[in-house]
Design a binder for this molecule. Structure first.
Ligand code: C2E
Ligand code: CA
Ligand code: CA
Length: 600
């Protein structure tokens, strides 16, 4: 109360005047000092901003500050590069607004900024792993951050801060590890990863899965003809075709090695589904290669592993590799499904036994030819006829599996006649078309030779086809079978009389002995592959092979060595004085048309 009274006393007119004067006097001073203070503050802020700019300019993170009217306040060096900004960009509006791809939508940067400004929570917005698209030129994978900051509360001025983290290198590094360099298809590493995932889902639909390993045949030879670049183009084109196949949801495609591809198929009902696909791939290869205008047939060998028939998932990949090796061994352009050893017995008796009867009628057997070259100049001087059974379901079944069953069932007689007829028919064709003709060696089992009508049948067939007997030869193995040596050697002498050559096959294996060389009137001895497999490293084998060659020569025989897989082996064997060489180094057994090409 007392205070109010005294205040009242003070508020006289004079005092009031005095107060107004004071206010008029001090206000400008106050305002001035306030401004000075603000200027000082501004300067501090500005110098701090300069420091920050320096930090940002060396940062790999790209930083852009836009005014609320989208003028550029600041862009660091990295951002200048990314946006390709011209000089004097400060205070100018961005020429073209970058677009951002978030999930499947393209959104302009300014729209994102607007959303950020208008949103109620003022937290920094993060867009991880989106795509930035600049000037409609190129896109890059980035992490994007958008924030805004009020610069002047009073005038409602704010700046938008855009920060970009370039993920190109990370993405490249990541994808390079999982991609084939040439075709950009997922690679073997990715395949192994995906296969684990695939296997883990097997039980879900109760269906089968299949792996297909594709190897373009003769690729290094092809490359030496058409060159590195063009052969790469073929690989790329083939990859593109396989990629299209992979648009089916149950198919994935991988580029594992240079001319090797892997396909995985899930949810299949039977091996037929796989064989339809392999046929399609084979046909495609043959057709698109013609378009390349290079006169060479393009084929692929395909190994197939099917779960569960070909083994557990643990071994499926390895077994598919084995199937491929087998397919390649069978010649070019073939498909082979892996059949595990432990089921061979069951497979022999149950399936093959019944089917072998039909196989000849259905034309499932085919004779392949493997060249035999002269040891002096490596020129083709003969060939061995080797049988192939192209099973409609299992692909190529190796002779080692079906020949013993044929022997057991006596069907070997029919098959033997089939091989002889095929070879003679072929010789006749070569004669008519004036091809270079070489001796063809036909494998014969003791079982066949012992049959009393064997010689008559051979003579008849020779007459039927009108072929010079000297153009064929029989290869016989002593084997373990109980044979009547007297009958066998008599039959062989008969063959010699007709003019047909005889070769003692598989010499050096457990079944043969030196006495065998004297027993039969053969003109050639063939040293078995098992004796030369380790010849480069085992001196013992070198000595054995050398002495067999010498012995053969002493007995007036020619010597053939089979199973030669490298240049070094070929050179070693010819230095030992062998007459002829046979082996993968020169050529695998080939279908007749491919063999004919070699002859030419
Ligand atoms: P074989 O008479 O010892 O035939 C040689 C085998 O070695 C062939 O196997 C041939 O493809 C393979 N070979 C040749 N060079 C190499 C090489 O450098 N490396 C390797 N790893 N292997 C090589 P194929 O064709 O699987 O024949 C296996 C066996 O089946 C033959 O052994 C032969 O005893 C028998 N066979 C094949 N066709 C007939 C036939 O028409 N009649 C009879 N009775 N038996 C046949
Ligand atoms: Ca042979
Ligand atoms: Ca052999």
């Amino acid at each position: 109360m007392e205070f109010i009274l005294s205040l009242h006393k003070l508020l006289t007119l004079e005092n009031l005047f005095l107060l107004v004067v004071l206010i008029i006097l001090f206000t400008p001073i106050y305002v001035y000092s306030l401004r000075a203070e603000k200027k000082k503050l501004h300067k501090i802020v500005e110098s701090k901003f300069e420091v920050l700019k320096k930090v940002f300019d060396v940062s790999e993170e790209a930083v852009l500050i836009l005014s609320d009217k989208q003028e550029i306040i600041y862009a660091n060096n990295t951002m200048i590069k990314i946006l390709n900004l011209e000089e004097n960009f400060i205070n100018h509006i961005l020429k073209s607004m970058p677009k951002i791809k978030i999930k499947e939508n393209w959104i302009q940067l300014d729209e994102l900024i607007k959303e950020r400004v208008e949103s109620s929570h003022k937290k920094i917005r993060t867009f991880p792993q989106v795509k930035l698209f600049i000037d409609n030129r190129h896109s890059m994978p980035i992490n994007l951050y958008i924030d805004s900051s009020v610069v002047d509360e009073e005038y409602k001025v704010w700046w938008n801060i855009i920060s970009v983290h370039d993920l190109t290198k990370e993405e490249e590094r990541l994808s390079a590890a999982y991609q084939h360099k040439l075709t950009k298809l997922p690679n073997q590493l990715k395949a192994l990863q995906d296969l684990n995932a695939l296997y883990s889902k097997i039980h879900l639909d109760g269906k089968k899965i299949a792996l297909l390993l594709i190897d373009i045949d003769n690729f290094s030879a092809l490359r030496s003809i058409i060159g590195h670049e063009q052969s790469n183009e073929i690989i790329k084109k083939f990859a593109q075709y396989l990629k299209e196949l992979a648009s089916e949801s149950n198919i994935s495609v991988y580029h594992t090695f240079h001319n090797n591809f892997l396909i995985s198929m899930s949810s299949i009902d039977s091996s037929d589904d796989v064989l339809i696909l392999t046929k399609k791939i084979q046909n495609e290869l043959a057709s698109f290669y013609k378009m390349e205008d290079v006169r060479m047939l393009l084929t692929a060998s395909i190994g197939v592993g099917i779960y569960p028939e070909s083994g557990s998932t643990l071994n499926l990949f390895d077994n598919t590799f084995k199937a491929l090796a087998q397919a390649e061994q069978n010649g070019h352009g073939r498909t082979q499904i892996f059949i595990p050893d432990n089921s061979t017995q069951e497979y022999n008796d149950l399936i093959l036994f019944n089917e072998l009867h039909e196989a000849i009628k259905r034309d499932e057997f085919e004779v392949y030819y493997q060249p035999i070259v002269s040891a002096d100049n490596y020129e083709i001087v003969a060939a061995e006829a080797l049988m192939r059974w192209n099973h409609p379901k299992y692909g190529f079944i190796p002779p080692d599996i079906f020949i013993p069953i044929l022997e057991k069932t006596g069907l070997i007689i029919d098959i033997g006649e089939f091989v002889l007829k095929s070879v003679l028919k072929q010789q006749k064709r070569w004669e008519l078309f004036k091809f270079k003709q070489v001796v063809v060696a036909i494998n014969l089992t003791m079982y066949e030779i012992e049959k009393s009508d064997f010689i008559t049948k051979v003579t008849k067939t020779l007459e039927e086809f009108q072929v010079d007997p000297e153009l064929i030869k029989f290869e016989i193995t002593e084997g373990l079978a109980m044979i009547n040596e007297k009958i066998a050697s008599r039959q062989m002498r008969e063959l010699k009389k007709i003019g047909i050559g005889l070769s003692l096959d598989d010499f050096g294996t457990g079944y043969t002995s030196f006495s065998y060389l004297r027993k039969f009137p053969a003109d050639t001895v063939k040293i078995d592959k098992t004796l030369v497999d380790n010849i480069l490293i085992r001196q013992e084998d070198q000595e054995i092979v050398k002495s067999i060659i010498k012995l053969g020569h002493n007995l007036g025989m020619k010597v053939v060595v089979e199973g030669i897989e490298s240049k070094e082996m070929a050179e070693m064997i010819s230095s030992y004085g062998a007459n002829y060489i046979q082996g993968y180094y020169f050529s695998k057994p080939l279908p007749v048309f491919e063999f004919q090409d070699l002859l030419r």
